[in-house]
Unconditional design. Structure first.
Length: 72
C-alpha cells in the first residue's frame, strides 16, 4: 500500500505538470493557429485556476500576464 503522503505528493506533481502543459498548449495554439484564441484562453484559464490552488506564484503571475496580453 502506498502511504498517503506519497500519493498526495504524486498528485500535486501531476497537477503542476498538467497546468504547465496547458500553458504550453496555449502558446502553441496562438503561435500556429491564431484563430483558436478562444480555446487558448480556456487552456490558460484552467492553468491559472490550478496555479492559484497550488500557490505557484511565479507560474500564476506569468499566466496572468499572458492572459492580459491576449485580451488586449
Amino acid at each position: 500500500m502506498i502511504p498517503s503522503f506519497v500519493y498526495s505528493a504524486g498528485q500535486s506533481s501531476w497537477k503542476m505538470r498538467c497546468s504547465s502543459v496547458r500553458t504550453v498548449e496555449q502558446s502553441y495554439l496562438l503561435k500556429h493557429y491564431p484563430d483558436e484564441k478562444k480555446e487558448a484562453l480556456e487552456h490558460l484559464d484552467f492553468a491559472i485556476k490550478e496555479f492559484r490552488e497550488m500557490k505557484m506564484q511565479p507560474s500564476l503571475e506569468r499566466a496572468l500576464r499572458r492572459k492580459d496580453i491576449l485580451k488586449a
